[in-house]
Design a protein around this ligand. Structure first.
Ligand SMILES: [Zn+2]
Length: 129
């Protein structure tokens, strides 16, 4: 994982990221994670609120790079990180990288949320209170 320049991570954020990369065998050289003070975009669709995190990707020199953005506006940055990471794992498995910024799909979002909650619980059980 490469820290985006100038990014200060919140408490335990980097440790949790290490844990997730190891658990899901993520190629860290392709993953960038930023903790951003930018204004988060509003949710698309009918729901009120804003995105607490985003996942994006780009092609560079013939391979894909992934960017997870966690906004400082997120109430639970670790959970938001795990949520976006779960989307990434899912996308890598299915090979599809389009629609995350469409209107939230409730069923898919709940699955991803549950995985994020489990991952964070597992991390805390390892002695990160
Ligand atoms: Zn999501």
């Amino acid at each position: 994982m490469t820290r985006v320049k100038g990014t200060e991570y919140p408490y335990q954020f980097a440790d949790f990221l290490d844990f997730l990369c190891e658990k899901y065998h993520m190629d860290r050289s392709r993953l960038f994670v930023e903790y951003s003070s930018r204004q988060p975009p509003p949710l698309k669709g009918t729901r009120a609120g804003y995105y607490e995190g985003l996942l994006s990707y780009r092609e560079k020199n013939g391979h894909s790079e992934f960017l997870i953005t966690v906004f400082k506006a997120s109430r639970e940055p670790l959970l938001t990180l795990a949520h976006e990471f779960a989307h990434l794992v899912k996308n890598l498995k299915s090979g599809s990288f389009d629609k995350h910024l469409g209107p939230p799909d409730d069923t898919a979002e709940r699955t991803v949320d549950n995985q994020a909650i489990d991952d964070l619980a597992e991390f805390r059980e390892l002695g990160h209170p």
